[in-house]
Ligand binder design. Structure first.
Ligand SMILES: Cc1cc2nc3c(=O)[nH]c(=O)nc-3n(C[C@H](O)[C@H](O)[C@H](O)COP(=O)(O)OP(=O)(O)OC[C@H]3O[C@@H](n4cnc5c(N)ncnc54)[C@H](O)[C@@H]3O)c2cc1C
Length: 424
């Protein structure tokens, strides 16, 4: 909404992450006076954190393949179709941040940072007349005199002074999940939504590391060293890429891709057998044949390095997984190279996860992201129960669901405004 646009209604957006800000932009463009409430001292902190690793905004794969990443979450898939990666990239370009496709098909802003994008975006929102209320924590809904929830009136606690109650015609919630709570999303909304009778699935770590009990020696020597070009397997799935050894396990791309499977396996069996193929480009028979070329006085470790080009971290991982008892038989050694078992005892805690699974059940929403039981209340972003791998799919869905929720709010508000006053 610019100063020349007539105000046609009012909207409250709760949560100032990418979803909340996108909802605010769409609502303001439709002429609503928008108030954004954010409990941190500034908005978009997780977006800025994502920017530290290049800000993977979306993915360039064909749309029909891309939407598959959201599994059975049909509502999210529809939202991504309606506000697609192409539209997201065009939006970025309009804000002065052109995008490019990296070698893996992932899409990044050319600056590889979130700061310029967020700065330009906040300037646009200001021009639209969006009012930001930072350091305001949402504490739940206000209640009517008879104790019922008033869906359009909210209780906020500013950093200083007494609490405030604010109301509007429509509300969009975009409070995020519970990963990296120190940048704002701490899942504090969950008990309020549950108390309102809504089905909220437990927030759990997603796109997170896998924890393995390393020996002290291995952890000290190799934490921070990548296992380059490996294939990880769990629950019948296989993912290739570089995995990072940490002091407590493994992290990064392929581990994140498998994290939902690992989590489910641990839920079922108490642990998960992760396999590592240390040379995915060579067939088992070739690995075995190469290992038969071991020289008489050569140690297995040296042979693994010389015959297969395995890195020191890969060889040490084999020692680690076998209690330092590498088999002498080339066939057995080759099988280990191709399928090294690692016992994962847990996924990394939610505080260190890239995203969280769980959240408000999609069944609580109508096709326009409105909470059926709370008319005029819409929900977007990671606080909803959908899950997707890393690769730009998380931000894409956060933006797309926000556009869908804001459009839903506009249509609902127009309908409510046009409805004849009810007879008393
Ligand atoms: C380290 C890291 C790197 C990432 N990199 C990428 C990436 O490259 N690509 C990608 O697609 N995704 C990435 N993600 C995930 C992505 O950042 C999130 O999926 C996305 O930010 C979710 O947006 P959201 O607006 O739904 O929630 P959030 O960004 O979490 O925003 C929610 C907002 O609500 C506020 N809030 C919470 N509770 C309250 C309350 N009670 N009152 C008021 N305000 C409240 C929070 O402070 C926060 O500002 C990354 C995440 C992490 C942690």
């Amino acid at each position: 909404m610019s100063s020349s646009t007539p105000v046609t209604g009012t909207a409250t957006v709760v949560g100032g992450g990418p979803s909340g800000l996108m909802a605010a932009e769409v609502l303001a463009a439709a002429g609503l006076q928008v108030d954004v409430y954010e409990h941190m001292p500034s908005v978009g902190r997780k977006l800025l954190l994502a920017g530290r690793s290049g800000l993977n905004l979306t993915h360039s794969e064909p749309l029909d393949r891309l939407v598959e990443r959201y599994g059975s979450a049909a509502l999210v898939r529809d939202a991504v179709q309606a506000f697609s990666p192409a539209q997201l990239r065009a939006w970025c370009t309009e804000l002065g941040e052109a995008t490019y496709v990296g070698s893996s098909g992932r899409v990044f802003p050319t600056s590889l940072r979130a700061t310029p994008l967020l700065r330009a975006w906040l300037a646009r929102l200001q021009l639209q007349g969006v009012r930001m209320h930072v350091r305001h924590r949402w504490l739940g809904w206000a209640t009517t005199p008879d104790g019922a929830i008033d869906p359009q009136r909210h209780r906020f606690q500013p950093a200083a002074g007494p609490g405030v109650i604010a109301g509007s015609d429509v509300t969009v919630f975009a409070l995020g999940g519970a990963s990296w709570p120190r940048v704002g999303s701490d899942g504090g909304w969950v008990p309020h939504f549950r108390a309102a009778g809504l089905d909220v699935r437990a927030l759990r770590p997603a796109n997170c590391g896998a924890l393995v009990h390393w020996t002290e020696h291995f952890a000290e020597q190799f934490a921070g060293v990548p296992l380059k070009n490996v294939a990880l397997g769990a629950g019948g799935e296989m993912v290739r890429g570089d995995a990072m050894v940490t002091a407590t396990g493994l992290e990064s791309g392929p581990v994140y891709m498998l994290s939902a499977t690992i989590r489910n396996e641990i839920d079922r069996n108490g642990a998960c057998d992760l396999t590592v193929d240390l040379h995915p480009d060579l067939a088992l028979a070739t690995v075995q044949q190469r290992l038969t070329q071991r020289r008489p006085k050569e140690s297995q470790a040296t042979a693994l390095r010389r015959c297969l080009g395995l890195s020191p971290v890969a060889v040490s991982l084999m020692r680690e997984a076998t209690g330092n008892r590498l088999p002498t038989d080339p066939a057995a050694l080759a099988r280990l190279v191709k399928c090294l078992p690692l016992a994962v005892h847990s996924t990394a805690p939610i505080e260190r996860a890239i995203s969280s699974a769980g959240g408000l059940a999609l069944a609580e929403l109508d096709d326009h992201f409105m909470v059926r039981r709370l008319p005029g209340t819409f929900v977007a972003g990671e606080m909803l129960d959908w899950d997707a791998p890393t690769g730009g799919y998380l931000l894409q869905a956060s933006f797309s669901t926000a556009v869908a929720a804001a459009r839903g709010a506009i249509v609902w508000r127009d309908g409510a405004a046009a409805a004849p006053p009810s007879a008393h």
